[in-house]
Structure formats: structure tokens, C-alpha cells
Design a protein around this ligand. Structure first.
Ligand code: ZN
Length: 320
């Protein structure tokens, strides 16, 4: 037993999962409570996101669940200031939040609060301008060219395409290759430049103001899978006032979350948004350019099926 435990600890330490020492933990608010449809099952994804952060040993995570549609928002006043970073697994329409709540969150990030945007959190609040400045690009909920340009990567640089059209599309959920475009950022440093993500929605044609935004990584959106034919942003970092934002467009469902590439960049991105640094080492089980990598402890339950059905919907769906 002792040998097994030591072996496990050594392996975990080598994988960067167990820190050798821990300072006072980084306080994280994981925000959830609403998504546009059953296909984004926040009730089942939030515990996995919480566990990913907890497994690093450097975060203390509180889940804050916003009131549902038709809920009472008059008493929902999260104390943002208790947290170094807010992780959003939340997608609601513009009218859901009162102006006072919106401005309190703006003030939090502007004054240096960190913000992490996971997948459909970038569908939220299409006409809340400050929110869209934070996320850089978003999709669905009626977004079109008025939301901003479609940003993609071409010939070594980011292109802003302003042709009119709706924002947000994806094909069927398939594995896809992620290519790091900035390899010396704390979030991507030391990771393989190219790695294969597990089956997930590959968001394309996302639009927004794109200000103070750096595209850390892209993925090729294949026209053969109803894609754009462009290298679409898949990991972004931004600043808003003094606040740092990490935006991962991956993570549709439990199957998509179980990718060591997603887990690692999410753990690192949350630390970076909170502190501006990353102390977590690259794990030994990171995916390679042609091989995905999952962890047994993040497997969905045995009888699990992705909520809302098999193939992803097209660009006319209200939200994805
Ligand atoms: Zn999705």
C-alpha cells in the first residue's frame, strides 16, 4: 500500500497535479445557473470544472449559482471582491441581469479582477457592450456584424473580417487539432505547439470588438464539417482595464471537458487570470499532435449521454 501510494504521489507530482507546497489559495468564484438549452448542462459540467481547479491544490473554489429565468434578482448581489477570479459557466440573455449587477461586475474586472470564459459563456449578453469587450468575441443570441468583426488567423497574423453575417457556428462534434500561435505566454509555455483535442464543438465565425485581445491558439474549421475554412480562435487572452481575461472556446459537454489539453489550459488560464503568472508545470500526459489524452477520473458517468442529442446544430439555432 505504501509503495502504491508513493508511486501515485510521484506520478501525480511529475504530472504537475500535486504542488510541492501551497501558499494561500487563489479564491475562485465559479458562476453558473443558466444556459440557453439542455445541451449545455451546467448542473453536470460545473462539478467537473470545480474539480479540475481543486486538483491543482492552488485554488479554493466557491460555486455561485445565479437565479434562474423568472428568479428574483433583487437580492442577487455576489461579493465579487472576495475573489481573484470569476470563472463563468453561465449563458443568459441581456435582460437577465439588472444594470446595477452588470456595472458591479464591470467595476470588478476593470479594477483588476480576473475573468475566465468557458465555451457558451461567450454566447451570453449579446448587447452588453462591456461584457463583449471582456470576452472579445461571441456568438449566437442574434449577434451579427453589428457585434464586430469575425477574427481568424491567416498567414501568421490575426485577420478581422467584416463581411455581414450571423455570428457563431459549428459542425458535428469531432476531435480537432489545436495550434498554439503564441508559445511564450505563461498559459501555453512548455506545452506542445500542436495537440489533438477530443470530440467537441469547434466554434467558428465568432464576432466581437476584439480589443486588447491576443489569440493564443487556433483550430482549423473544416468546410467538410460545416466549418468556415479558417483557423478559428480557440484560446484567447484579453485585458479589460486592469483585469485579465482567459477565454476558452472549448468545453461543450462532459466528453469535451475530459481532454488533458482542455484541463491544463483551463487550470493555467484561471491561475493567469487571477495572478498574471502560471506556476503549474506541463503534465506528462498532455496530448500530442496526433493523439488525444483523457484522464479516467474525469470520465463521464458510465450511463452518460450528451444532453440534447448527437449532432450539433447549425448557425440558425438560438444558442450553442
Ligand atoms: Zn456547446
Amino acid at each position: 500500500m505504501k509503495t502504491r501510494m508513493s508511486g501515485w504521489l510521484l506520478a501525480a507530482a511529475a504530472a504537475g497535479a500535486v504542488p510541492m507546497w501551497a501558499a494561500s489559495p487563489i479564491r475562485v468564484m465559479l458562476l453558473d445557473g443558466e444556459q440557453a438549452g439542455a445541451y449545455h448542462a451546467w448542473q453536470e459540467t460545473s462539478p467537473y470544472l470545480k474539480r479540475m481547479l481543486g486538483d491543482t491544490g492552488i485554488f479554493q473554489v466557491d460555486v455561485v449559482t445565479a437565479p434562474p429565468k423568472d428568479g428574483d434578482y433583487s437580492t442577487f448581489k455576489p461579493d465579487w471582491s472576495k475573489y481573484q477570479v470569476v470563472v463563468s459557466n453561465y449563458d443568459a440573455p441581456d435582460e437577465r441581469w439588472p444594470d446595477s449587477l452588470k456595472s458591479s461586475f464591470e467595476q470588478y474586472v476593470r479594477n483588476g479582477g480576473g475573468f475566465v470564459v468557458v465555451h457558451a459563456a461567450d454566447n451570453a449578453f449579446p448587447h452588453w457592450r462591456e461584457y463583449n469587450l471582456m470576452i472579445g468575441v461571441g456568438g449566437w443570441r442574434g449577434r451579427n456584424e453589428e457585434a464586430g468583426a469575425h477574427f481568424y488567423y491567416e498567414d501568421g497574423k490575426v485577420v478581422a473580417e467584416t463581411t455581414p453575417g450571423n455570428a457563431g457556428m459549428h459542425g458535428a462534434r469531432l476531435p480537432f487539432k489545436v495550434v498554439d500561435r503564441v508559445t511564450d505566454h505563461p498559459i501555453t509555455a512548455g506545452l506542445p505547439k500542436e495537440w489533438l483535442h477530443v470530440a467537441d464543438e469547434l466554434y467558428g465565425n465568432m464576432r466581437g470588438p476584439g480589443e486588447n485581445m491576443t489569440v493564443l491558439a487556433t483550430a482549423y474549421s473544416d468546410k467538410g464539417n460545416r466549418g468556415t475554412g479558417h483557423d478559428e480562435p480557440i484560446l484567447l487572452v484579453l485585458t479589460y482595464g486592469k483585469g485579465r481575461i482567459f477565454h476558452t472556446l472549448m468545453g461543450h459537454d462532459l466528453a469535451a471537458l475530459n481532454c488533458v489539453g482542455f484541463i491544463t489550459t483551463f487550470q493555467r488560464g484561471t491561475e493567469w487570470a487571477a495572478t498574471g503568472k502560471v506556476t503549474q508545470k506541463a503534465p506528462a500526459d498532455f496530448p500530442t499532435a496526433d493523439k488525444t489524452s483523457t484522464r479516467a477520473e474525469y470520465n463521464p458517468p458510465a450511463d452518460w449521454v450528451s444532453p440534447g442529442g448527437g449532432r450539433g446544430r447549425g448557425p440558425t439555432a438560438p444558442g450553442k
